[in-house]
Design a protein around this ligand. Sequence first.
Ligand code: NAD
Ligand code: UDP
Length: 316
Amino acid sequence: MRILVTGGAGFIGSHLIDRLMAEGHEVICIDNFYSGHKRNILKWVGHPYFELIRHDITDPIRLEIDQIYHLACPASPVHYQYNPVKTIKTNVLGTMHMLGLAKRVKARFLLASTSEVYGDPEIHPQPEEYWGNVNPIGIRSCYDEGKRVAETLAFDYHRQNDVDIRVARIFNTYGPRMLENDGRVISNFISQAIHGKPLTVYGNGSQTRSFCYVSDLVDGLIRLMTHAHIGPINLGNPDEYTILELAEIVQRLVNPEVEIQFKSLPQDDPRRRRPNITRAQRLLEWQPTISLLEGLQRSVEDFRGRLGGNAIAAHR
Ligand code: NAD
Ligand code: UDP
């Protein structure tokens, strides 16, 4: 198959491309390199079945493909809040262009949506039926309302134009190739611990998240794309941790001498988040297989490789 991955030079997109290439597909990667990097896909550049297109999806593009994995959108709060209007344009105009492309060439279209559509949830854990509790005018809205509109667009193109859609609601995902400075909690804690700096816990650390290792997530995305169910479907790891627990785990794993420093809680920070994955288990026969400890160990190894030998030597 000829498969388009938008945002393919990013963290999840590049892992997805590795899997699709290994399965023998022809892959086209579109990215504007806003939060992605050529180094993530460098090993495929020059491969006869791989094409890299530097393109911003807020502009339309014409291609001939069979499937679209639509991942292009900055995912960490630091990146999506840097230029919120651009984030909305990427989610709305970008998703419209990709759905228009899917409609024209009759490609199957998978949207990488997010657990953020549930906002600060009043129902716990979150099932797909829950409509969410989202602030429409806050600093996270460009992302979470943007993704909610992207889901609406997908379902309207499906109902109105018969576009063959799949919608994945991805919960916090981590692993090798996360940007060390993207501000997300796992990348922050690992970089801080490696550099011997205090781990910055926002608020009192009682807020919770559930972290999914990237290879599990990619497996879920591919299963959703190849199964009949259109979604929305939660993809995430239901093991839930408080942020303080996470800090203590990273501390033990990387550097027991680093301190934990409490900082103020960002506005609209969801208090708890954990996926109900019954639907994915039943319909896709999918569930995560990598424990937090194992996933963190692999991530730490990757960060150490990137952050350089001096920082490592100092803490071994
Ligand atoms: P990422 O920032 O590493 O990847 C996003 C990629 O999209 C980057 O390579 C970026 O350069 C590209 N991009 C951004 N705007 C673009 C535009 N206008 N045109 C072309 N390319 C553009 O983030 P990620 O963690 O790999 O996330 C991938 C997708 O998964 C995103 O849609 C995100 O919303 C979704 N998601 C991620 C998580 C997570 O925890 N990582 C959770 C929920 C949903
Ligand atoms: N967080 C933290 N310290 C950091 C970065 C994040 O305590 O250095 C908290 C953040 O306030 C949130 C949680 O960790 O409660 C997850 O944040 P992240 O940005 O990784 O993801 P999201 O909030 O989008 O789920």
